[in-house]
Write a protein that binds this ligand. Structure first.
Ligand SMILES: Nc1nc2c(ncn2[C@@H]2O[C@H](COP(=O)(O)OP(=O)(O)O)[C@@H](O)[C@H]2O)c(=O)[nH]1
Ligand SMILES: [Mg+2]
Length: 700
């Protein structure tokens, strides 16, 4: 295995928009290099890379797959990533293990939404970048226009390294711009591009540039070094043309990747040591082991598989390695080389290599093996939430285990039980994302979910002081029930000091005792005089109040921001008991609450929406006109994008992803974060209360 030195390894992520031909290209690489001999096609479900059942059914990539092959003495680890923004998590994980991002652009469709997105993500991840113009055999190709738009999006760093001969059915070859030959039918004369390409290559190094202007051309070997430096320094983005379907340009592309994609030891990697200081991770096979998990998959047969890249040291089958954040470390029972869905046991893995390990429950995506911690990957926060229920009763435990597995595999999927609404909420990147994950649950874990819009975790409170009482009296045969409680309710806004409030003599002149419950910002005051309620019934009264606080009065939501003073009552020496006083307390609570201008509170979130500059106006007016939002301002987000900041009620934003996608042609993204609870406008309160009355206990 150690025949793969770090400088001979090329770790490349194929990324770009869905349908641009990434998977077909990865399959073609495996065929052309003789690694996998059987024919493979996305369209008839025989793809090597799209092997998953959901991928075969939908005919597009959902998860990144890892394959490897050799070409011209270089060892390639290639990551075929999903192209739709719904599954961007897979692409971001793969970028974490790569040195070069090869961004695939469909020659007919041009730059698409996810093309821009992955370009920006690759830049953020610090990767070298290349562009592959694919499907050159496709229809309606306007090559000059395509090159212009590539320049306008990727910048002048993007440079054609080969030009196509013909397009569509006539696409018959590519001509190298570095060493142009006569070629009839080339879409651009390679000689016209040659000089400016050489100039941009030599300009990555001052000495080379000086020599060039003195008339000295770098030789082939020097040229390759300069190109690699340009890619590493992000001043050069080589562009190549290919058709994976017809095979034209595939070998040339492989050779170019072998020559110009970054070797695995070129980008300097840093990690944090136990003291939190940055340390450089040397790609040294003799060093201490550092490896990082970039993908986790739960396979129905072999259980959890963690895919990782080794950065330093030699990871060995059978060894015990430290794990950041764990005292025990991990036992590496068996390492595997990965070829899509096939795992082949190997003894060891050296820096730059990609390997998988099974039977390691303690590992998950981003985990670092070793003494130092590698940076985590910047997965986007999922925003689209749905309440989920098992289709069949009794499946609750199975569902929660299965959802937990999904969350381990997919860093852009979250599952959480909302304490307030008691709903199980699943959150993903989009409705499509959640739908595909449900298909996986059904196939793999044999559980089915029903989903619906999640409940908004409203709260209830009061807005004015009120008082009332309740007598609970029952005479049924032998012993009766008797208890009477008189109370006053006061609004108790968040942030009020409970001690100051309770010990204010003008408010409670005969204060006996007070208690504060921070969970619902509830202050309980006992000012009963003359023993009208014996002290031993006070705990039962307190329980009665708490019952109401938990279950709400208006629409079944938790009550908060409230002070209750018990100031008077009546009891019966025989018929009074704890149960009677608890019931009386509840009655008093409900009667008083109704008089105290009860109101609903709703969660308000901070919303950040990032969109192309020309969409800012639309986004702003939608926030104000359709979502009861309050815009706070606009900030520049770079690259022709701006971020609109606003405060918006959470209830108005639960299906925002759909609106934003149609408003921006899929180019917008947003985040939300809880800010505070605020009073719901009267008309909306009436709607919520009416709905609660109609649908009571619908989920039970
Ligand atoms: N004409 C043509 N079609 C292609 C080519 N590469 C892929 N396709 C087709 O385009 C569709 C999407 O391809 P796929 O590889 O799944 O794209 P991905 O989403 O980027 O992985 C499939 O129907 C492929 O057969 C190509 O080079 N030429
Ligand atoms: Mg694909």
């Amino acid at each position: 295995m150690s025949k793969y030195t770090p400088e001979n390894i090329r770790n490349i992520v194929l990324c770009g928009h869905g349908g641009s031909g990434k998977t077909t290209l990865a399959d073609a690489f495996l065929n052309v290099t003789g690694t996998v001999k059987r024919p493979a096609s996305v369209d008839d479900g025989t793809s090597i890379c799209d092997f998953d059942d959901e991928e075969k059914a939908h005919k597009y990539t959902i998860e990144t797959s890892c394959v490897n092959f050799n070409w011209e003495g270089k060892h390639f680890d290639l990551f075929d990533s999903p192209g739709y923004p719904d599954f961007i998590g897979g692409a971001i994980g793969a970028m974490g293990a790569s040195d070069t991002a090869a961004i695939v652009v469909n020659a007919s469709a041009g730059i698409e939404v996810n093309t821009r997105r992955v370009f920006a993500e690759a830049k953020k991840a610090g990767l070298g970048r290349m562009v592959i113009i694919s499907k050159m055999d496709g229809d309606n190709i306007e090559f000059d226009k395509l090159i212009d738009s590539i320049h306008s999006v990727f910048g002048q760093e993007a440079a054609l390294f080969n030009v196509p001969i013909g397009h569509g059915a006539d696409f018959s070859g590519v001509v190298d711009v570095l060493n142009p030959t006569e070629a009839a039918g080339a879409l651009i004369d390679p000689n016209d591009l040659h000089e400016s390409l050489i100039e941009s290559i030599v300009s990555v190094d001052d000495a080379a540039m000086e020599r060039y202007f003195e008339g000295e051309l770098p030789n082939a070997e020097e040229m390759a070094k300069l190109i690699a430096k340009g890619v590493k320094d992000k001043v050069l983005i080589p562009v190549f043309c290919v058709s994976a379907r017809t095979g034209v340009g595939v070998k040339e592309l492989l050779s170019a990747l072998a020559a110009f994609a970054l070797p695995s030891n070129v980008i300097e990697r840093t990690a944090k040591n136990a003291e939190g200081e940055d340390v450089v991770v040397e790609p040294n096979p003799e060093g201490a082991v550092v490896a990082q998990v970039f993908k986790t998959r739960i396979d129905p047969f072999v259980q959890k598989i963690n895919y990782m890249r080794v950065y330093s040291g030699t990871l060995k089958t059978g060894s015990n390695v430290p794990l950041v954040g764990s005292r025990k470390g991990v036992k590496i029972a068996q390492l595997y080389e990965v070829q899509a869905n096939e795992l082949t046991p190997v003894d060891e893995a050296t820096p730059g290599m990609i390997v998988a390990v099974t039977k390691t429950e303690e590992l998950k995506t981003c985990s670092t093996l070793g003494e130092v911690e590698m940076p985590t990957f910047a997965f986007p926060t999922p925003m689209v939430g749905l309440a989920a229920f098992p289709k069949s009763r009794g499946d609750e435990a199975k569902v929660s285990i299965a959802l937990g597995k999904l969350a381990e595999e997919d860093s852009t999927f979250k599952v959480e039980r909302n304490d307030q609404t008691k709903q199980l909420v699943i959150t993903g990147m989009s409705e499509l994302h959640l739908q595909i994950l449900q298909e996986r649950l059904k196939r793999r874990d044999k559980v089915e979910l029903d989903t619906k819009e999640q409940k908004i975790p409203y709260r209830e409170t009061i807005q004015q002081k009120a008082e009332d009482s309740y007598r609970h009296k029952k005479q049924s045969g032998g012993a009766g029930q008797f208890g009477e409680v008189h109370i006053r309710m006061y609004p108790f806004p968040g942030g009020t000091d409970p001690e100051e409030f309770a010990t204010d003599k003008s408010r409670f002149p005969s204060l006996k005792e007070w208690k504060y419950f921070p969970e619902n910002n509830f202050l309980w005051v006992d000012s009963v005089v003359g023993g009208s309620i014996p002290a031993n019934f006070m705990p039962a009264i307190e329980k009665g109040f708490k019952d109401c606080m938990e279950n709400g009065v208006l629409a079944g939501y938790q009550v908060q921001d409230l002070c209750i003073e018990v100031h008077f009552g009546k009891y019966h020496p025989v018929d009074s008991n704890e149960q009677a006083f608890r019931t009386a307390a509840k009655g008093a609570f409900k009667a008083t609450f109704a008089k105290a201008r009860p109101s609903l509170l709703e969660p308000i979130v901070n919303l950040d929406v990032t969109v192309p500059v020309d969409k800012v106006g639309d986004v702003n007016s939608d926030i104000v006109a359709a979502r009861r939002g309050r815009p706070l301002g606009v900030e520049d987000a770079g690259g022709g994008f701006q971020t609109v900041k606003a405060e918006v009620p959470f209830a108005e934003i639960t299906t925002y992803s759909r609106t934003l996608a149609s408003m921006t042609g899929g180019q917008g993204s947003y985040t939300i974060e809880f800010n505070r609870y605020d009073v719901v406008p009267g008309n909306i309160q009436n709607e919520v209360v009416a709905k609660a009355e109609k649908h009571e206990d619908e989920d039970l």
